[in-house]
Ligand binder design. Structure first.
Ligand code: ZN
Length: 134
């Protein structure tokens, strides 16, 4: 496996222009680099070091090749990651889009409404039993 897929280039050179915070792999590269110690000048795009970017880009490429996915994807602004929403509802601290956060709030509100409805129904049933016992 290639270990250096990115040509060494300072962040201010054109070769690194696409390795910025707008790159969808920026959070992945940043996580890979989180345990490293670098000077800020060593971070491509101010995000991650060359090795961390290479690791993120290589993994992305390998997944795309393995599953026969196109290498360039247009992000769907209306996409909601159902797995991330479910994990967030269980209390995991995740990075979510604004749409996903709204979906989590909507679903949690549904759960609260359902629980209140069940609690109220149970209370009425219990009240009816108490009334019948008199
Ligand atoms: Zn690093």
């Amino acid at each position: 496996m290639p270990t250096k897929v990115i040509a060494a280039a300072p962040a201010d050179e054109p070769g690194a222009a696409w390795l910025t915070h707008t790159n969808p792999l920026a959070p992945v590269a940043a996580r890979h680099c989180a345990g490293h110690i670098h000077d800020l000048a060593d971070l491509l795009g101010g995000i991650a070091c060359e090795d961390a970017w290479a690791k993120a880009l290589t993994a992305d490429l390998l997944v795309a090749l393995e599953f026969d996915l196109p290498l360039i994807l247009e992000a769907d602004p209306t996409y909601i990651d159902e797995v991330a929403v479910a994990r967030a509802m269980r209390g995991e601290d995740l990075e979510l889009t604004e749409l996903e956060r709204a979906e989590v709030r909507r679903r949690l509100a549904e759960v609260r409404t359902h629980r209140n409805r069940v609690r109220f129904t149970c209370s009425r049933a219990a009240a009816a039993r108490r009334e019948a016992a008199r």
